[in-house]
Design a protein around this ligand. Structure first.
Ligand code: KG4
Ligand code: ZN
Length: 339
């Protein structure tokens, strides 16, 4: 089965073709970062308008890259939520029109399901069941994944997501939006022990996270200090160390609690090298097998949506949706999965 996937939930327009026999045939992405940078963050209306401009050319290019024509496409998958509602509706309207015109089914995919299935795009993919650590710009969750569509959230952030904390702290350090990757880059020249940030929620049992206090810790560290590159790097190092320690410890607890032997890490913060390294150490210490998507499939992409759509269509997932897109949508709530 061959499926085209469309991602437009935030500031990236991405399209891919996935084939159940041949794997990923093509993927392309247009990033809106340059457009939003002047405003210091994503401007939803600009995002929606840009998705309108980009989608059709991207679909044409990806079909050409995949040497596929419309007749070979058996389904159209799109991100139905959560995300910016205007941006989602552009993708949903586009995908459903394409489905109608081509006489193929459309399937609305949960964006986080896309993320947690992304390691299945790699050689040596994880088998079900597994534990997933989802760390994106909007969500931080530990998820018990029993199988396709069988997700139980074990713990999540009570306030900021890990990626959001990276972005906000990066902004405090004067780094341009989106700051997560830039903060990680300068943290490489940071020195251990110059600053100590709190490890949120580690002193309490449970699998909840809280990252909003780290912004305050960063503000306190910055106060009254001349900000040269070394100080910036030292603060970035201490911040990253605190986030990574928290994510790793909660993952360790979740592995212990569930007895899972496989840990999947996905979402934009999954591209963070310090996190990958520490989780690898956790894996070798606890005997759990570790699975990451390649860094470009940690952040938003169309390949994960095409893959999730293909798996769902193959499983015969054809439910009438209540709405084409949802801005807020809990993972595991399948009331609006697709049509
Ligand atoms: O999954 P994603 O592309 O979008 C959402 O679904 O939210 O994640 C984007 C987030 C942003 O907050 C970005 O700053 C963060 O992932 N991010 C990173 C790194 N690369 C991206 N955070 C830390 N280290 C990185 N290398
Ligand atoms: Zn995402």
């Amino acid at each position: 089965m061959r499926v085209i996937g469309i991602e437009s939930s935030c500031d990236e327009t991405a399209v891919a073709v996935f084939d159940s026999e041949l794997g990923l045939l093509a993927h392309r992405l247009h990033s809106q970062v340059a457009m939003h940078q002047a405003y210091g963050g994503v401007v939803p209306e600009l995002a929606s308008r840009d998705h309108v401009r980009r989608l059709l050319p991207l679909v044409r290019q990806v079909l050409a890259d995949a040497a596929s024509d419309r007749d070979s496409i058996e389904g159209i998958a799109y991100t139905a939520g959560p995300g910016l509602i205007g941006a989602l509706l552009v993708g949903a309207g586009f995908a459903r029109s394409l489905a109608y015109a081509w006489g193929r089914p459309a399937v609305g995919i949960h964006h986080l399901e896309g993320h947690l299935l992304a390691p299945l795009l790699e050689p040596n993919p994880p088998a079900f069941p597994f534990l997933a650590l989802l760390v994106s710009g909007g969500h931080t969750q530990l998820v018990d994944v029993a199988g396709l569509g069988r997700y139980r959230i074990l713990g999540e952030s009570l306030d900021d997501a890990a990626g959001e904390a990276f972005d906000k702290t990066a902004k405090l350090l004067g780094l341009p939006y989106p700051g997560g990757a830039a903060l990680a880059r300068i943290a490489q020249s940071g020195r251990r022990g110059q600053f100590t940030f709190p490890r949120p929620m580690l002193d309490r049992p449970g699998l909840e996270f809280s990252f909003s206090g780290l912004k305050t810790a960063a503000l306190v560290a910055l106060r009254g200090r001349a900000l040269d590159d070394q100080v910036r790097a030292d603060i970035a190092f201490a911040f990253q160390e605190a986030v990574v320690a928290t994510l790793v410890e909660k993952s360790r607890r979740a592995l212990q609690l569930t007895g899972h032997r496989r840990l999947v890490v996905a979402g934009g913060v999954g591209a963070n090298l310090a996190l990958r390294e520490q989780l690898r150490a956790l894996g070798s210490g606890s005997g759990a097998e570790l699975y990451f998507p390649r860094p470009e499939f940690c952040t938003d992409n169309g390949a994960m949506i095409a893959l999730a759509g293909c798996l769902r269509l193959q499983a015969g997932w054809v439910q009438a949706p209540a709405a084409p897109a949802r801005a807020i949508w809990e993972l595991g709530d399948d009331a609006n999965q697709g049509d």
